[in-house]
Design a protein around this ligand. Structure first.
Ligand SMILES: [Zn+2]
Length: 262
């Protein structure tokens, strides 16, 4: 069994590809995130009897952005989108869901926001294989959008790395190894965080964000078109992160002291 996460317009090709591996019915579909191509095929699979699994945060994200995604796709795909009904998951979990099928155990885990608020990965321990969704990109640059979290993303990657997987099936790029994923995703994220953090600490503003040094990752596809935008979004999010971090330990201590006194 493999998680199938593509949208309906990709579903015909996806199904044909699936048939090269198995004739079995598709019983479960995992939405590893809230981007259009991660869930808009749900209705298609549900109509064939499959149950869709997603984290609660992914469902909330899908509900929040579904109509926007449909509008954007209609403009882009026109009539090819006919018959696509945004439908959310049948099985919804908070942070962990264990699935057992045909002697194979899979654990689906949601740590926090990454590329989207409800990203999760699917871990098949007995095969040493993890399906990472958009928590991992290789070969092409990852996207830090408004729906992403540069603050929480590293923790999801660290959770995957902690499993010591032999094979990673990333959200973008070919199946790969942990060291390659670490270089293209974690390395990219941590460099961006370090560069933006230094810029904010030096009193720089968001206009300077696209110029921070990301040159070590210029080999990634779409670097030219996305690196600058990623830096701007990271700046916006990290400004908040820094403000919250400055105020929250103090607020926390005050609240704790008040509790103790009370
Ligand atoms: Zn994606």
């Amino acid at each position: 069994m493999q998680p199938v996460t593509e949208g309906i317009w990709a579903t015909v090709g996806e199904k044909a590809q699936l048939r090269t591996a198995t004739d079995a019915d598709v019983r479960y579909v995992v939405n590893t995130g809230g981007q259009d191509h991660r869930w808009l095929g749900n209705g298609y699979w549900q109509a064939q009897g499959a149950e869709v699994i997603a984290s609660k945060d992914a469902v909330a994200d899908q509900q929040a952005r579904g109509s926007l995604q449909m509008t954007a796709l209609t403009r882009f795909l026109g009539a090819s989108l006919d018959g696509t009904e945004p439908r959310t998951a049948d099985i919804v979990f908070d942070d962990r869901y264990a699935l057992e099928l045909g002697g194979v155990s899979m654990e689906i885990v949601h740590i926090g926001a990454a590329h989207t608020p409800g990203d999760s990965f699917a871990w098949i321990a007995q095969k040493g294989t993890v399906f990472t969704g958009d928590i991992v990109y290789v070969e092409r640059i990852l996207g830090v959008g408004d729906q992403s979290s540069i603050t929480e993303w590293p923790a999801s990657f660290e959770a995957i790395a902690g499993l010591e997987p032999v094979y990673l099936v990333p959200g973008h790029g070919h199946a790969t190894t942990l060291s390659h994923a670490t270089r293209d995703t974690y390395g990219y994220l941590m460099n961006l965080r370090a560069q933006i953090s230094a810029l904010i600490d030096a009193g720089g503003d968001i206009m300077a964000a696209p110029q921070v040094d990301q040159s070590a990752f210029a080999y990634l596809e779409q670097f030219e078109s996305l690196a600058g935008r990623n830096a701007q979004t990271a700046f916006q999010q990290m400004e908040w992160e820094k403000r919250l971090r400055i105020s929250s330990p103090h607020d926390g201590l005050t609240a704790m002291a008040a509790k103790q006194r009370g």
